[in-house]
Each structure stands twice: as structure tokens, then as C-alpha cells.
Design a protein around this ligand. Structure first.
Ligand code: C2O
Ligand code: CU
Length: 449
């Protein structure tokens, strides 16, 4: 059994204006049948307030930022009746979810869903985990305006916890009148849009009340366009139990948890007896001086004696992820950037999307290699499939860190080799999940036949 010792440092008093963590709105399942989850999503303009400020015009799913949390169990059929009431076309991409190609919500193969029209998404949920959904049309702007929602798919065996929270991390930049700052200056074009105001479930710096002396599970997702959240809380050791598409066979302790845009992490910890501690995002150097920024206040974790009778302990083991055998030469995906005379452009194999050469593969397991030739880190995301990282810069991934990923950081001037089982035919995108980079060319397509 593992013991985690807590020293609750830096007890910051909660400012009176600090709001409690807003509850996520659960999407209403209109179908009473057991294995069917049938929900309605409407993309619409709405007004929200980020903290105490004036109201902000945002784009939402069902009127809130984040949009609803869809709850399901692995094996369920998910049906989403989607209505687009935005002034422009959009789609819903189910980030990390293994879907048939026509349900992937990219404007490639289905036409985008035009303003005032509708579309039914329907697929079976093959995997347990925390997923999220967002548009794939002008994603840099549409996501930042507020279009993102959550999907929690429970497995048949979940690690025990006394308390669980789903936390969607994001950030915004607001002008004095409350409106969103959307202007893409040179710095934001280079590093992506980052706002100074970090949001947790749509609230700036909320108080998250957790049970003391009990096991809390935090299911985290980074929905930000560009910010790397490197989370830490004085006195808290996090047990990392899982990530995008699987659990770790050996959960591991750490005092900081990095989430790159699009990525999910599943952490557990035992709350201290009482008190509170600040959850902060540490500066992270991902190129072009980003590491010199100040830490960002994310939330206050407040521990109170609750009514829960605590479960025995932290999860000790996940089921092992078998290595995927994939022979043959890896497909090479080289990422690069070029900034010249007022424009920053991003490339895959020397070309910009949609001119990037396609990779055609027969169905089955294949290897690929992501080579980051640029001066900054890029979070690489693959649609439709999970992959295993086989090695980084030639160093093999230890067996106890083998997991299924769909989004992974590729640090500047580094490379990784990965394998995926491309078992679903179709046209599948891969791209940098700094959405400004994807929109400026860093995106490619894999055709599985
Ligand atoms: Cu979450 Cu193609 O992206
Ligand atoms: Cu990038």
C-alpha cells in the first residue's frame, strides 16, 4: 500500500469574490433504453459571465461554457441530434473517440453543417475514458469562443474513489468591455492564443471543495487552444492512473501533471485533513520564451471533512496494455515552422494543409514517426485511432509506461516513433492541437483502405 504524506503549505485565504466550481450540466438522455444514450446539442450564441466582469458573448453547446457533460458506459450507442444555430458552418469532432469515419466531424468528407441546419451523430462507444468534443471548422476561433463539451464513458471496472470531478481547463483573454479578444497578433500566431485568465469548467479561479482524508479522482482535460497546463498544488502528490485511452499498469506519483492541448489525465490523491492549497499552472518552456511567464492561478482546492466513508486506498494497478506489433518502415511526419514578413506558417513534410501529401495505408497496424524540426513543442493529435509511443529519440518506452494515446507532446527538436492499429477505413486527420498551428497548415491526412 502506498502512503502519501501531505504538508499543506501556503494557505491562501479565499477572496470573497471567488466562486465555487460550477457543476457541469449533464446532457439529458431522452431514450429510456439501457444501452442507448440519446442527447440533443444545439450550437448557439449566448451570454456568459467569466467571474465578476461584464457579460461576454460566446458560442456554446446548449447555452453554457463548457457545454454539457455526456454520460455513458462503454458499449453504449450514442446518438446526438445536433442543431447548428450559429451564424456560420460548424461540425462536432469527438476528440479521442473511435468513431466511423463519417461521424468524425471533420469538414473533409461530410460537408460542414451549415447555419440553421442539423445532423445526427451516431456511434457505439468502444472505449472507456474522458473525451471531449469541439468543432473542426475554423477550430481556433470556434473553440475559443466557447464550443467545447465533455464525454465521460465509464468502464465496467473503474478504480474506486470517494469523490470524482471532471475538470475542463481552458483560458480566455477578455477586453475591458467583457468581449473576447480574438485578434491574432504575431505572438499568438506563433505560440497560439493564450489568455491570462485560466478557466476551470468555465469559472476563473474557482474554489473546488473536496473531502478531507479521502480519495479524490480528478479527470482533467486541457481544452485550451495553446496553453500547456503544468499543474501542481503545494502539499499534494498526484497519482497518475491513466491518460487519453487507457490506464497505466503501474500508476505513478508525481508533484506536477502536464496536460498539453487536447490531452486528458486521470489522477488520484488523498486529501489532507483540512485546509486549502492553490492549484497552479507552472510556466512551461515550449519554445519562443514561453517558459518565462509567471505561474497561473487555476483553482483553490479546499478540503473539508465530509460524510464519505473513505475507500481503502489509491488505485494500485491498471490492466496491462499489450505491445502492438507493427512492422515495416514508419511513415515520417516532419513538423516545421517558418516566420517571414508578418506571417507565421506551419508545415508537415514541407507542405501546408491541405497540400500535405497523404499517407495511404491498408487496414492494419502501422508505425509512424513524428519528427519535430521546429523551435517549439507541438501537441500531436491523431483522429480515429489510439497509438502507442514505442520510443522517443531512440529511447524505448518502458513497459510500465505503455498506454494508448491520441494526443502527445512532441518537444522541439525531438522525435518519437509510434504504432497504431488503423482498423477503420476512411480519411483521418492528424495535426498539431495548438489550433492556430493546425489552421496555419500543420495538419495532414491518413487514408486507410
Ligand atoms: Cu481535438 Cu482534430 O482535434
Ligand atoms: Cu503546434
Amino acid at each position: 500500500m502506498r502512503h502519501v504524506f501531505f504538508v499543506v503549505g501556503c494557505l491562501l485565504a479565499c477572496a470573497p469574490s471567488q466562486q465555487a466550481l460550477p457543476a457541469l450540466v449533464t446532457a439529458v438522455d431522452s431514450d429510456p433504453a439501457e444501452r442507448i444514450v440519446h442527447v440533443a446539442l444545439r450550437a448557439q450564441v449566448a451570454q456568459v459571465r467569466y467571474g465578476d466582469g461584464p457579460s461576454t458573448a460566446v458560442w456554446t453547446y446548449n447555452g453554457t461554457v463548457p457545454g454539457p457533460l455526456i454520460e455513458a458506459t462503454v458499449g453504449d450507442r450514442l446518438i446526438v441530434d445536433f442543431q447548428n444555430d450559429l451564424p456560420e458552418a460548424t461540425t462536432i469532432h469527438w476528440h479521442g473517440v473511435r468513431v466511423p469515419n463519417a461521424m468524425d466531424g471533420v469538414a473533409l468528407m461530410e460537408n460542414a453543417i451549415l447555419a440553421r441546419s442539423s445532423f445526427r451523430y451516431e456511434f457505439t462507444l468502444k472505449d472507456a475514458g474522458l473525451f471531449w468534443f469541439h468543432p473542426h471548422v475554423r477550430a481556433d476561433l470556434q473553440v475559443r469562443r466557447g464550443l467545447y463539451g465533455l464525454l465521460r464513458v465509464r468502464g465496467h471496472e473503474e478504480p474506486a474513489a470517494d469523490h470524482e470531478e471532471v475538470l475542463a481547463l481552458a483560458d480566455v483573454k477578455l477586453q475591458a468591455d467583457g468581449s473576447l479578444s480574438e485578434y491574432l497578433d504575431d505572438t499568438s500566431a506563433m505560440i497560439g492564443r493564450q489568455g491570462p485568465l485560466a478557466l476551470v469548467n468555465g469559472a476563473p479561479h474557482p474554489v473546488i471543495t473536496l473531502p478531507s482524508k479521502a480519495i479524490t479522482r480528478l479527470r482533467l482535460v486541457n481544452t485550451g487552444n495553446a496553453r500547456y497546463f503544468d499543474l501542481s498544488a503545494s502539499g499534494v502528490q498526484f497519482l497518475v492512473a491513466g491518460t487519453d485511452g487507457s490506464q497505466y499498469v503501474e500508476p505513478f506519483l508525481t508533484d506536477h501533471v502536464l496536460l498539453v492541448p487536447g490531452e486528458r489525465v486521470d489522477v488520484f490523491f488523498r486529501g489532507p485533513e483540512t485546509g486549502s492549497t492553490e492549484l497552479i499552472s507552472l510556466p512551461y518552456e515550449r519554445g519562443h520564451g514561453t517558459g518565462t511567464a509567471a505561474p497561473v492561478a487555476v483553482a483553490t482546492l479546499k478540503f473539508t471533512a465530509g460524510t464519505v466513508s473513505p475507500v481503502a486506498g489509491l488505485p494500485s494497478a491498471g490492466s496491462p496494455v499489450e505491445p502492438l506489433a507493427a512492422d515495416g518502415e514508419p511513415f515520417r511526419i516532419a513538423l516545421s515552422e517558418k516566420s517571414e514578413a508578418e506571417t507565421v506558417r506551419f508545415f508537415v513534410n514541407g507542405k501546408q494543409w491541405p497540400d500535405v501529401d497523404r499517407w495511404l495505408v491498408p487496414k492494419g497496424p502501422h508505425q509512424f514517426e513524428v519528427v519535430n524540426e521546429s523551435e517549439m513543442d507541438h501537441p500531436f493529435h491523431l483522429h480515429g485511432f489510439f497509438f502507442q509511443v514505442l520510443s522517443r529519440d531512440g529511447q524505448a518506452t518502458p513497459a510500465n509506461r505503455r498506454v494508448w494515446k491520441d494526443t502527445i507532446n512532441v518537444p522541439a527538436k525531438s522525435s518519437l516513433r509510434a504504432a497504431a492499429n488503423f482498423d477503420e477505413a476512411g480519411r483521418w486527420l492528424y495535426h498539431c492541437h495548438i489550433l492556430e498551428h493546425a489552421e496555419a497548415g500543420m495538419m495532414g491526412e491518413i487514408v486507410v483502405e
